[in-house]
Design a protein around this ligand. Structure first.
Ligand code: NI
Ligand code: MN
Length: 217
């Protein structure tokens, strides 16, 4: 699975299918390009409907024909504007085009429905995108249940975990590879990903990606 970071919480997963999680391009100062450059996508996963997460999900779904997978209420709203959507909630996984998608708890807020983290399994590899969240001990349970090969963990503080909390999250989740997200987009969420990597130490391999950089999982 090829993972490409677009800054903030936006990640692209490429394997059998092309998946975006929280596609935030327009208005994202870290994004390497605008949403119009996203010409191919099969599935768009949205963790919650804050603008920096639902972002360009609906227009991208419209011009690529991708299926939106999100919280039930967000999916209903998307369907009402002509987007193909799979609504679900925190709990068991569903199969979308051969990709397994489940949502987890996230300690945060959302204008519509409930904020969530996402677990995506494609081509035998599982990733856990924490979404926007504070630290919670059930991350340990999420780690045990889904055994993620890689976790995307927010480190920017203020709206999500900061570095010390994210280090605890890495211990709880137990994924061997971790990519920090949701930092340095704006001055209010400044964090040094290399300080995070140092503090994680041997607990996991921390891969720091600059926007537009990729990692092969
Ligand atoms: Ni948020
Ligand atoms: Mn956010």
């Amino acid at each position: 699975m090829k993972i490409t970071y677009a800054g903030h919480s936006t990640v692209r997963l490429q394997g059998t299918k092309i998946i975006f999680i929280d596609p935030f391009f327009a208005g994202n100062p870290q994004a390497p390009h605008g949403p119009e450059k996203v010409t191919k996508a099969d599935i768009i996963v949205v963790t919650h409907d804050h603008g920096d997460h639902i972002g360009d999900a609906l227009p991208i779904c419209k011009f690529t024909g991708a299926t939106l997978v999100s919280q039930f209420e967000i999916a209903k709203e998307a369907e009402s504007v002509g987007v193909k959507a799979e609504g679900m909630n925190i709990g068991g996984a569903i199969d979308v085009q051969g990709v397994k998608i489940a949502f987890t708890e996230a300690l945060h807020s959302s204008a519509t429905g409930h904020p969530m983290g996402a677990v995506v399994t494609m081509d035998g590899k599982t990733i856990y995108h924490c979404g926007d969240t504070g630290l919670f001990t059930d991350m340990k349970l999420i780690g045990e249940l889904f055994k993620p090969d890689l976790a995307f963990v927010p480190i920017g503080g203020r709206f999500t975990m900061d570095i010390p909390q994210a280090v605890r999250a890495v211990e709880f989740i137990g994924a061997p590879i971790v990519i920090p997200i949701h930092y340095n987009t704006w001055p209010i969420i400044v964090a040094d990903p290399h300080e995070f990597a140092k503090k994680v130490g041997k607990k996991a391999r921390v891969v720091v990606l600059k926007p537009a950089e990729s990692f092969e999982l």
